[in-house]
Ligand binder design. Structure first.
Ligand code: PTJ
Length: 260
């Protein structure tokens, strides 16, 4: 059932996104644990002011440049990411030539098929996950480590979003460059990715679609320069500083929302 959220509600956008996730949960796309994960993300996004900061845009630009430079880039999609941004994922894949693969923490073949269908309905082509030769990522015990041989297994670059803690490390150990979208800069995923996008997954993917439509015409030299100049340690430090500044300001004022 869809709750009617009045447009005038001050938290309209956020409530609509919640509805999308609940609906996807009822369709069997998102797992119950995914709703908990979303709540954690919301808390960090609240502290960040629910917007894409310059440090996030830098990471998003470096991700798009890396995707355009990669030989075999793959966008790894789980239940939450599909529920939030299926259309944007399809568009990003089209613009960068990245493959889309469904890769789940709570893996069942039924969920993989449902998520692949949703992505295809929203425009993604040849989504990997269901019908592919399977391979195992070392360090991720079965069935969590099952991937497609011609997808994530062979990839040189993987974009993950809203991920659990050790997949990024395992992908790194397998020699891949990893970009991760994660609102929590403290998380293991955020700390171990080569490129960390501390931004909301839907917003981040929309931004990357915009960046990709500009950068897809850029020459290799320009893309290489973006990647070379990118400093993930600094980006993470900026994310922490921004949170600290927003919290310090709130701590000074006490009240930050004026009631008319
Ligand atoms: O669909 P499955 O089976 O692959 O399962 C997916 C979940 C999300 C259940 C699984 O990956 C998981 O348990 O994730 P965690 O360990 O809870 O981590 C999720 C991370 O993503 C946390 O650091 C959250 O802060 C962050 N996060 C949650 N929602 C968003 C987000 N980051 C960006 N955008 C969001 N919308």
């Amino acid at each position: 059932m869809h709750w009617r959220i009045p447009r005038s509600h001050p938290r309209y956008e956020s409530l609509i996104v919640r509805e999308m996730l609940v609906e996807a949960f009822m369709e069997g796309i998102v797992v119950p644990q995914g709703l908990i994960a979303h709540g954690r993300g919301e808390a960090f996004d609240y502290i960040l002011g629910e917007r894409s900061h310059p440090f996030a845009l830098l990471a998003e630009e470096a991700t798009v440049a890396s995707m355009l430079l990669a030989r075999r880039p793959v966008i790894s999609v789980n239940g939450n990411y599909a529920a939030l941004a299926a259309r944007e994922i399809a568009e990003l894949s089209r613009l960068t030539g990245a493959l889309v693969e469904v890769n789940l923490f709570y893996r069942t073949e039924e969920r993989v098929a449902k998520i692949a269908r949703l992505l295809e309905r929203e425009g993604a082509r040849n989504v990997l996950g269901v019908e592919c030769e399977k391979a195992q990522i070392e360090g991720l015990e079965s069935p969590r480590g099952i991937v497609c041989r011609e997808g994530i297994y062979a990839a040189d670059f993987v974009l993950v979003a809203i991920e659990d803690g050790d997949r990024t490390q395992a992908l790194r150990r397998a020699g891949k460059v990893v970009a991760a979208i994660d609102l929590n800069p403290f998380s293991r995923t955020a700390q171990t990715a080569h490129i960390t996008i501390v931004d909301e997954a839907r917003r981040a993917t929309k931004n990357m679609v915009e960046i990709a439509s500009k950068l897809k015409e850029a020459d290799r030299g320009r893309l290489e320069e973006i990647v070379k100049n990118y400093d993930n340690r600094r980006v993470l430090a900026e994310a922490f500083k921004t949170m600290m500044m927003r919290l310090s300001e709130a701590a000074e004022k006490g009240i930050i929302i004026e009631v008319p």
